[in-house]
Design a protein around this ligand. Structure first.
Ligand code: ZN
Length: 280
């Protein structure tokens, strides 16, 4: 197809995408110490603003980059010097190409591999510092440990632990109050996801504040409740699948017993299918 015609046909779609983001408002919440949480559309953003400048954890979607900068400005910050990516998904790395022009993007090795593998992903958005296991960051008087978790949400996830402030950003190793997205096609695993969460609970002090990838700010007790639901529902789903129950019937039972956990992206049915796919 003629390239110009193709672009003309595509324009209403692109305009639709912009409209969707035009209505998004970025809200900020102080968490502890220099750390704040921003919410807009896509994954929650962790922020540290202070004497060394601005560091962010994840950066939502490309059309939101200006709004994110404005929200950072309201917190006394500026364009981020450092961007830590918890994983490669587009709702966590979408503004990388913008922020990578003036800042440094840091991620697990596999995040860079997956972003490089995406056709059209802008070079300025690629991580320039990567690690296999963990990396320490010293910024704004925060001791920050970025720790890779093996095969859980994907095969390249990390949590970002602000040890001085007593805050951990879980990336998508935490959908607070929602059935989780486990990206099995990108190396994710349901049992790995649950055991990764348990290892985090064992690692952090009980009064740590927790920024989930999606959903409201949390504490350790609430994370433990989420782990309990994931263990109970995955066990229940497996038992019922073994007896030959239909996916839709299992999902209907989950809707009754775990009201509110089904949501737009990961419905009860999709959670059952995730376990099915995980075990196949
Ligand atoms: Zn994700």
């Amino acid at each position: 197809m003629n390239r110009v015609l193709f672009l003309v046909l595509l324009m209403p779609l692109l305009a639709g995408a912009d409209d969707r983001f035009a209505k998004v408002e970025i809200t900020a919440q102080h968490v502890a110490g220099s750390v704040h949480m921003l919410q807009g559309a896509g994954g929650n953003i962790g922020v540290s603003v202070g004497i060394d400048g601005t560091l962010i954890v994840d950066d939502q979607y490309a059309p939101l980059a200006d709004k994110i900068v404005a929200a950072l400005g309201d917190l006394g910050g500026d364009r981020p010097k450092l961007v830590l990516n918890t994983h490669y998904h587009g709702d966590h790395t979408g503004s990388n190409p913008t922020f990578g022009r003036t800042g440094t993007i840091v991620s697990h090795d596999n995040v860079r591999v997956r972003l490089v593998g995406q056709e059209d992903f802008e070079r300025s958005g690629l991580p320039v510092v990567t690690y296999a296991d963990r990396i320490n960051v010293h910024f704004n008087d925060e001791e920050i440990e970025v720790i890779h978790l093996p095969s859980g949400h994907t095969d390249g996830d990390s949590v970002v632990w602000f040890k001085t402030a007593g805050v951990i950003h879980q990336g998508d190793h935490y959908f607070n109050g929602m059935f989780p997205y486990v990206d099995i096609d990108a190396g994710g695993n349901v049992d790995g996801f649950i055991s990764n969460l348990e290892s985090v609970v064992a690692m952090i002090p009980a009064d740590t504040k927790i920024i989930p990838g999606h959903g409201p700010l949390s504490d350790v007790a609430r994370l433990q409740e989420n782990i309990d639901v994931l263990k109970a529902t995955s066990t229940l789903i497996r038992e019922k699948l073994e007896t030959g129950a239909e996916v839709s019937d299992i999902a209907a039972d989950l809707d009754l017993d775990y009201e509110g956990w089904s949501w737009g992206f990961i419905t009860s049915e999709r959670w059952v299918q995730t376990i099915q796919k995980n075990d196949s």
